[in-house]
Ligand binder design. Structure first.
Ligand code: BGC
Length: 369
């Protein structure tokens, strides 16, 4: 069968590979035909040779972690699914030695070697089929199958928000009202969704000016504001909107976090979700001021990566709710469809020039839903 693979650490090695179709081995295994696979910044970084590890014994890695598929066959001990069900598979597997791997909380692993399908040490979903243990599959209701490929990036947001609510239990009462989302690419727009579904007044920020910018239009269409940081800095925006109870950072531009740290309300929480692989530094950080505000205002900053099954399940609820409240909105995020894995070069061209293509989500349609 066809698959899209790279030779990790070799820049621009993406290619179409012919690999063996996987078969059920364990009694809890499920064979899934891939319908759609999203492509994101992580896939771009892997193809740039900056990230990604091949499985043991292989020199290549099949890419793809944002997925949607349909079940073809189930093992004899799988009772929760049947052929025909739509599913999304989670990304990280418990492969390490940390206690978190042992208790099914591998998204908190303390091991430096981690196991992620399509990213690190395990093949991914940019293929015609995959086999996975049922424990790592999440069922997608038919009504949201069309936008199910957005679940994996949404799960990243859901985990961040779950961390925030768990941490804020430190107070007897937390009644957050306003949130800022820094960076309204695909993850940022999904953060806008999840926060709007929770009733926050949401303020989205991006580099582009609002005029003709679909991401800005989508913010407004779901009841968020949108501002360009070319016109107003996040720190200055508090004059307009007040300080934020929660800030979700996903710009990929690390210096902005110092601006964000100065824009939080008392007891507020800043969630960092950008995997910044570069070597940028920030200068002129008003460290006394920031430190004092964090101490005197009980403010919090937390990093978050990956997502567990519960976060995917939270995401399913938000997709259903969003589709009911704003029909068609999520579908507008799916801007660039690439027909067939063999057109991988087109997908990577769009990924590498997302701004020029005005791409929000680029995805492969491997098979019709
Ligand atoms: C994926 C996460 C993963 C992270 C780091 C992201 O693109 O969505 O599941 O943990 O990359 O590898």
């Amino acid at each position: 069968m066809k698959a899209v693979a790279v030779i990790p650490k070799r820049p621009n090695s993406v290619h179409l590979a012919e690999i063996e179709k996987p078969k059920l081995e364990g009694s809890r295994d499920v064979l899934v035909e891939v319908l759609r696979v999203g492509a994101c910044g992580t896939d771009r970084e892997i193809n740039n040779g900056e990230y990604g590890v091949a499985p043991n014994g292989s020199d290549r890695l099949v890419l793809g972690h944002e997925n949607l598929g349909r079940i073809v066959e189930i093992g004899e001990k799988v009772t929760e699914f049947e052929p025909g069900n739509y599913v999304v598979a989670t990304v990280r597997r418990p492969g390490g030695t940390s206690v978190y791997d042992k208790i099914g909380e591998q998204d908190f692993t303390t091991d430096h070697r981690y196991y992620e399908r399509g990213i690190s040490r395990l093949h991914g979903y940019m293929a015609e089929y995959y086999v996975e243990n049922a424990d790592f599959l999440v069922q997608i209701p038919q009504t949201i199958a069309d936008v199910g490929v957005l679940l994996e990036p949404l799960s990243i947001v859901e985990k961040g928000l779950k961390q925030a609510s768990d941490i804020q239990e430190r107070m007897k009462v937390w009644q957050p009202k306003s949130a800022a989302v820094l960076g309204v690419g695909s993850v940022g727009l999904l953060a806008v969704v999840a926060l709007r579904m929770r009733g926050y007044a949401v303020h989205g920020f991006g580099l582009d000016r609002r005029e003709g910018y679909l991401n800005g239009e989508l913010c407004e269409a779901i009841g968020s504001t949108y501002d360009s940081t070319a016109e107003i800095s996040v720190a200055d925006s508090v004059q307009k909107y007040g300080e934020y109870d929660l800030i979700f950072e996903c710009t990929g531009y690390s210096p902005i976090i110092f601006d964000a740290m100065q824009s939080l309300n008392e007891n507020g929480i800043l969630i960092l979700a950008s995997v910044t692989g570069g070597s940028r530094t920030a200068d002129k950080v008003p460290s006394d001021k920031i430190n004092q505000a964090f101490v005197l205002g009980n403010r919090v900053m937390v990093g978050t990566v990956n997502a567990n099954r519960e976060h995917f399940e939270m995401g399913v609820k938000d997709l259903v709710l969003c589709e009911a409240m704003h029909p068609g909105w999520l579908g507008r995020m799916l801007t660039h469809k690439v027909a067939g894995l063999e057109n991988f070069a087109e997908a990577f061209k769009i990924l590498n020039n997302a701004g020029e293509y005005k791409a929000i989500k680029t995805y492969f349609e491997v098979k019709e839903i």
